[in-house]
Design a protein around this ligand. Structure first.
Ligand code: CDP
Length: 206
């Protein structure tokens, strides 16, 4: 029997951190679907046609560290607006969602398009300024020298593109729990997400 947790939200909202913590606490697999789009975006920056890049992508070969840069994030958001790119990535996401033992998927369209039947849906958000500050700190900690204002502009630009595209736009599913983390610590946000999973019948490990 599958058990799927769908976690969506805008750029740098904390989806990844919350998803990893929920997966660990409930013993579920985790797929960061943003990495698929980032990998396609990176291949486009290397000169490949984005549709071909998506159709030939091997998710096993994704090098996460190389993809966590602002340039790749922008490229990801651009390729993510192409319907054939999104179509090429559907099967791998749905197969992961059905894996035995349950799964957490995070992205933009998991609760609306990829897994509309998910047992738990969360839409994680925060103000653009708070999200930009968190992302700026993450990037700085990894040695990327980038100005806060640039990160804020990137977050805003991607949000507008992601919410405005015609195919699978980022939006809260009607039945998703809204989790605004603007004034929450990581621990509080994780606790609320875990409470929602437990309420839907998820079993905590140990
Ligand atoms: O980590 P961050 O929230 O900044 O971004 P991400 O989740 O890695 O996603 C990068 C980009 O991929 C987003 O800006 C979206 O354009 C796209 N994406 C998408 O369209 N659908 C998804 N399910 C996941 C990501």
């Amino acid at each position: 029997m599958s058990f799927t947790v769908a976690i969506d939200g805008p750029a740098a909202s904390g989806k990844g951190t919350i998803s990893r913590a929920v997966a660990a606490q409930f013993g579920l697999g985790h797929l960061d679907t943003g990495l698929l789009y980032r990998a396609v975006g990176a291949r486009m920056l290397d000169g490949m046609d984005p549709v071909e890049a998506a159709e030939t992508l091997n998710p096993e070969e994704i090098d996460e560290d190389a993809l966590r840069t602002p340039d790749v994030a922008q490229a990801a958001s651009k390729v993510a607006a192409i319907a054939q790119v999104r179509a090429a990535l559907v099967d791998v996401q749905r197969a992961f969602a059905r894996r035995a033992g349950g799964a957490v998927l995070d992205g933009r369209d998991i609760g609306t398009v990829i897994c509309p039947e998910a047992e738990v849906k969360l839409f994680v958000t925060a103000s653009a300024e708070v999200r930009a500050e968190r992302r700026w700190k993450e990037l700085a900690a990894k040695g990327h020298r980038v100005a806060y204002e640039e990160v804020l502009a990137d977050v805003r630009e991607r949000d507008a593109r992601d919410a405005g595209r015609s195919d699978a736009p980022m939006k809260r599913a009607e039945d998703a729990v809204l989790l605004d983390t603007s004034t929450l610590s990581i621990e509080e946000a994780v606790a609320r997400a875990c409470a929602a999973v437990e309420a839907a019948g998820g079993d905590r490990r140990g």
